[in-house]
Design a protein around this ligand. Structure first.
Ligand code: PLP
Length: 481
């Protein structure tokens, strides 16, 4: 059956085309899709960044059941343009300033296209040797750019949320090696700061640590974990017969991009033999810039460290990288042989599925390879500096308007500010600004004060985008008191 379909496809029969799409039809459709993408990148700046879609809009427009008969790709593509795209908030847009601003530049798009064509599954070295080895090579390149020690072993996960979960699993193995056979013992404690991304807490809950065993350490005036209070909490836990297991410190926390005191926290982690994880999902990327490399001080003492190229290294979603000094512990915590995988030990190869819960793994290294080679280190540094400079420009604009105030120090490309007014007014300002469709910002709450987060980072953003968005914020704010 398969053979006859393929034969009909090669022969260009109309019936087979409906079922399979011939290579020639694919070529034509791919050209059209590529044209649309190039056009999108050229004109994104003219499009509204925020959709006006209301909940249920798309569901109401689409049939309730899947099609019985195949449809022409031209029709599907037309529906994509007319129905799907208008319902999206455009992340790859020069004025997407919400959450953390990300990028999907052309080399990354091309690599993703090729990945889809090959459908390589990098679960075992044998299953996709070049995908596995490209992951080793690109993560070694990145490690060198970041100035991290050569014994840092790199692995890619889809997201930092999954990476931190694997780090907690490794920490549990480190503290309690019997866990793998006997199960988890009670009273293992996880330490986060009040501003740690909630993925760490979520991972600990999912892994069965229990929310009562998660300590949220208070922060100082600059939203950084207080190392003295961390130590105090650890001492109290030990005195109560509990076992400190995992500390998460952030370089570029989510709300304000604060840099926590990693060297002081590392000192404590070493003193009490606790696993130290550093979350640099966003901020860690900036360390590729030589004058920013100091932000990683102390990371060389961490047991694990995460950064997300899909946040701020010009690689499209998804691509998260974890480095560890203890790949052996990750392996002990997560590897499991199976005859059908034929995971024969071979000291020359890495089977990345041994280091996490996922068997199937995307060929993400291709994206890093395309992006790193297209831009080179110099190009990446220039792009990162562009965002850092634009954030600095915005900081100056905020500082020069007495109606506004900065709400946190600016270390990277995130600027937190608020109008000197009530929370309600700031909330309204953000809602009205986003409703214009011109730009998209998000929010946080700092010491009870509603705060606007303006995250710069998309590779297409210009200084003009920053100035015009700031002007719009000012004029929107003038409309009410
Ligand atoms: N850590 C920080 C500091 C973040 O800002 C985020 C997401 O914004 C995460 C972790 C989680 O990232 P991911 O979406 O890759 O799970």
């Amino acid at each position: 059956m398969v053979r006859s379909l393929a034969a009909r496809c090669a022969g260009g029969s109309r019936r087979a085309n409906l079922i399979l799409m011939s290579p020639e039809e694919f070529r034509q459709a791919a050209y059209q899709h590529a044209d649309w993408i190039a056009n999108y990148l050229e004109t994104a700046t003219d499009l509204p960044v925020v959709t006006t879609a209301e909940p249920g809009d798309l569901i109401a427009k689409l049939p309730a059941s899947a099609p019985e008969k195949g449809e022409p790709i031209a029709q599907i593509f037309a529906d994509f343009k007319d129905t799907i795209v208008p319902g999206l908030t455009l992340w790859n847009h020069p004025r997407f300033f919400g959450f953390f601003s990300t990028s999907s530049p052309p080399p990354s798009i091309l690599a993703e296209f090729l990945m889809a064509a090959l459908n390589a599954n990098a679960m075992l070295w044998r299953a996709a040797p070049a995908a596995t080895e490209l992951e080793q090579v690109t993560l070694s390149w990145l490690r060198q750019w970041l100035g991290l020690p050569p014994d840092f072993f790199g692995i890619m996960y889809d997201t930092a949320s999954v990476g931190v979960m694997q780090a907690i699993v490794a920490a549990r193995e480190y503290i309690d090696p019997e866990c793998r056979t006997k199960g988890m013992r009670p009273g293992l404690i996880v330490y986060v700061s009040e501003h740690t991304h909630n993925s760490t807490e979520k991972a600990a809950i999912v892994l069965g640590f229990g929310r009562d065993n998660i300590r949220r350490i208070p922060v100082d005036d600059c939203f950084r974990m207080r190392a003295d209070l961390l130590e105090q909490s650890i001492k109290e836990d030990i005195a109560a017969g509990l076992r400190p297991c995992f500390i998460a410190a952030s370089i570029g926390s989510t709300s304000t991009a604060a840099i926590e005191p990693v060297p002081a926290i590392a000192e404590i982690a070493e003193r009490y033999k606790i696993w130290l994880h550093v979350d640099g999902a966003y901020g860690g990327c900036a360390a590729v810039v030589p004058e920013m490399q100091h932000i990683l001080n102390g990371v060389e003492r961490a047991h694990s460290f995460i950064l997300n190229p899909h946040k701020w290294l010009y690689v499209n979603f998804d691509c998260s990288v974890l480095y560890t000094r203890h790949p052996d512990i990750f392996r002990r915590s997560a590897s499991l042989n199976a005859v059908y995988l034929n995971t024969v030990e071979d000291p020359r190869v890495v089977n990345f599925n041994d280091y996490g819960v996922q068997l199937g793994r995307r060929f993400r290294a291709l994206k890093l390879w395309y992006v790193f080679r297209t831009y080179g280190r110099e190009g990446i540094v220039a792009l990162l500096r562009q965002s850092l400079n634009q954030a600095n420009l915005l900081k100056q604009l905020v500082e020069s308007d007495a109606a506004f105030e900065l709400a946190a120090p600016v270390h990277f490309s995130l600027v937190c500010f608020r109008r000197r007014a009530s929370n309600e007014i700031n909330q309204r300002l953000l809602a009205e600004l986003n409703a214009t469709g011109y730009a998209f910002l998000s929010q946080t709450v700092l010491n009870g004060k509603y705060t606007l987060r303006f995250a710069v980072g998309n590779y297409m953003t210009s200084d003009d985008d920053i100035r015009k968005t700031w002007r719009l914020i000012q004029t929107t704010a003038l409309r009410y008191n």
